[in-house]
Design a protein around this ligand. Structure first.
Ligand code: NAP
Length: 211
């Protein structure tokens, strides 16, 4: 590598992209994003709440605007975390490949790292244009040590080779459990930041049975 090439490489910004339905966002998402940020020395992490998801629909699903608002208040105390309206504002189906293409165009001098959990990573072959996704970013899989490797081996070699696996402790919280707790009147206070549970209460989200 020449000096100028080396300089070019080191000047590139490393940006994490944390995509999610975030229905609602919780400490598991925040912890995973922060773990990835620190481990990979990412300059920042951009949270991208999904708009009209290709893979999710149920009766109690919060609107894209409510999920955006909850994500915005959840990240406000971390100066390395940002949020994007890219999928919230998009009409039609929110495909990750479209989002990454747009983010790569905006952040032309950056390398993008898409942060996902294990289940999401295993599902990538079923996403829209999976190979384009892999060409636009490094997919970072955050999961518990050990368990993940066996599962990842089920993916085809091209996908396996493009994943960056980050062994880490994770917080065992899910959006599904939070919605169930809300529906049954249980406390969700320590599962998600205070402004998020207050938003859920104020807006009376998740009271309907999921279908
Ligand atoms: P989500 O349920 O809100 O989760 C967001 C991410 O956080 C996922 O990668 C999830 O991994 C991870 N996560 C959840 N709980 C966690 C915990 N306790 N600790 C650590 N990580 C945790 O969002 P999602 O519905 O899975 O969607 C993820 C992304 O995939 C979104 O950006 C969505 O648009 C995209 N997607 C795109 C397509 C497509 O383009 N065709 C199809 C499907 C999904 P796990 O799944 O492992 O829990």
């Amino acid at each position: 590598m020449t000096d100028s090439e080396d300089n070019f490489q080191t000047n590139r910004e490393k940006i994490g992209i944390m995509g999610g339905t975030f229905d609602p966002i919780h400490y598991g998402h925040l912890f995973a994003a922060e773990e990835a940020r620190v481990a990979l020395s990412l300059r920042r992490v951009i949270f991208v709440p999904s708009g009209n998801s290709p893979h999710k629909s149920y009766a109690s699903m919060a609107s894209a605007e409510d999920r955006y608002a909850m994500t915005a208040v959840a990240i406000e105390n971390n100066r390395y975390f940002e949020i994007s309206r890219i999928e919230t504002d998009r009409t039609g189906t929110s495909y990750t490949s479209d989002t990454l293409r747009e983010l790569a165009r905006i952040h032309i001098n950056a390398d993008l790292f898409l942060i996902t959990g294990l289940d999401a990573a295993l599902d990538i072959p079923n996403w829209h244009k999976p190979h384009e996704i892999l060409s636009l970013c490094t997919v970072v899989v955050v999961a518990r040590p050990g368990y993940i490797r066996d599962k990842i081996r089920e993916l085809d070699d091209i996908i396996q080779d493009s994943l960056l696996i980050l062994d880490t402790d994770l917080i065992d919280i899910s959006s599904t459990a939070i919605r169930r707790h809300v529906r049954t009147g249980e406390c969700v206070r320590y599962m998600t930041p205070d402004p998020v549970w207050r938003y859920i209460v104020d807006k009376k989200l998740y009271s309907r049975t999921e279908a």
